[in-house]
Design a protein around this ligand. Structure first.
Ligand code: NAD
Ligand code: GLY
Length: 364
């Protein structure tokens, strides 16, 4: 088992990565306030893994209330959140109850927001089961739901007490979802870890073939990068750089997800196309070479990710991007690359260059 720590003073927590962790109730117990858990999952993941976790917790004396939500990004909304509150109340869950998320990023974000708000906050544990959630969404405490006008527009920062990433769960993940998770893995290489980008280029074939050791290394390195960034800027308030850098490609990507309708493009797919737009814009600003852009395109394609954007039209992109959470006083801050492995936040990209980057990535 690999073990990392997210250092946030009294709210620090471990990230445990390895095979067979779902059946290790003993790893979870020390992080519970009382021997009571509400286990939130969905109709897709529950038949695969719920019983294993319930049995593991019952074996160590923990009572479990399962809460099963409909599956998919289209259900990351108020209705699903209310289903969680309804079940918590119907089962008389109190402030000692820990909410445990068992699933991908959608379940993690929903369950985390429920934990942040139920009775003004209850403890929370993440058991991520997709590559994307194991390398990104389960770590760092961002929780929330989508609004029809924008992705993740309603939410809260609420750190988990523990992240338990069982790499065995990736064996049942569809190929398309594995690739979507790889977009966020590649992101860490692009924003701050150039040696990791080289390692990913060399090992992409084995990663997509689900070599356990390679996947565990990629997850550990991704979480280590994320933990460092979050520890330095937990609430994303740094005036420049900081946690916002984790959003490379996301402003463009969120526009694709919202513009196409939630669930049409997977989050990681939209991020991949969005990263191409950010990289192309960085080239137009004179920071990256054509060879750099080609290198990014090649690694994304090797991960079976889209590099061409959704054909929404640049005006619609800009409209959707104007709702981005990085907009401050009307000024849109984009995450761009000064060089591969060196990301910056930048508010001064000329509008015509942003339009040109979008259009060029929707044409290719
Ligand atoms: P997801 O949660 O929708 O999971 C993808 C699909 O895989 C779903 O159908 C799910 O049921 C299924 N699944 C999950 N685990 C499985 C398994 N082991 N075997 C088979 N099927 C499995 O999507 P995701 O890619 O995990 O997460 C995307 C979400 O995460 C988006 O809503 C995004 O906004 C959010 N996100 C949040 C953060 C954050 O910091 N909080 C960061 C990145 C992304
Ligand atoms: N996924 C971006 C963040 O956690 O800040």
């Amino acid at each position: 088992m690999r073990r990392l720590n997210l250092a946030l003073a009294e709210r620090s927590y471990p990230i445990l990565i390895g095979g067979g962790l779902l059946s290790r109730g003993d790893l979870i117990v020390p992080f519970l306030r009382t021997a009571r858990v509400a286990l939130v999952s969905n109709t897709n993941v529950a038949p695969l893994y719920l019983d294993i976790v319930v049995k593991a917790l019952e074996k160590v004396g923990v009572g479990v209330t399962p809460i099963i939500l409909p599956d998919g990004e289209a259900h990351k909304n108020w209705e699903s959140l209310n289903l969680i509150y309804d079940a918590l109340l119907a089962n008389r869950c109190d402030r000692g109850t820990t909410i445990v998320a068992l699933g991908g990023g959608v379940i993690g974000d929903l369950a985390g927001f429920a934990a942040a708000t139920y009775q003004r906050g209850v403890p929370f544990v993440q058991i991520p089961t997709t590559l994307l959630s194991q390398v990104d969404s389960s770590v760092g405490g961002k929780t929330g739901i989508n609004h029809p006008r924008g992705k993740n527009m309603v939410g809260a920062f609420w750190q988990p007490k523990l992240v338990l990433a069982d790499t065995d769960t990736l064996k049942t993940l569809p190929d398309r979802e594995l690739s979507a998770g790889m977009a966020e893995v590649i992101k860490y290489g692009l924003i701050r870890d150039l040696p990791f980008l080289g390692w990913l280029e060399a090992n992409m074939k084995g990663l997509l073939a689900r070599d356990g050791e390679l996947l565990a290394h990629a997850i550990e390195r991704s979480c280590a990068n994320k933990a460092e960034v979050v520890a330095a800027d937990e609430y994303e308030t740094a005036a420049v750089g900081g946690r916002a850098l984790l959003n490379l490609g996301h402003t463009f990507g969120h526009a694709i997800e919202t513009g196409m309708g939630y669930g049409e493009w997977l989050h990681g797919e939209a991020v991949a196309a969005g990263m191409m737009m950010a990289v192309e814009l960085s080239r137009r600003l004179g920071w990256l070479s054509v060879a750099d852009v080609d290198r990014v395109r090649a690694v994304l394609q090797r991960a079976n990710l889209p590099v061409k954007g959704a054909d929404l039209g640049a005006a619609r992109y800009l409209e959707l991007m104007s709702h981005d959470k990085k907009v401050i006083a009307g000024s849109l801050r984009l995450v761009l690359l000064k060089a591969l492995g060196d990301a910056v936040t930048y508010a001064d990209a000329p509008r015509e260059e942003i339009v040109a980057a979008i259009e060029s990535c929707c044409r290719e």
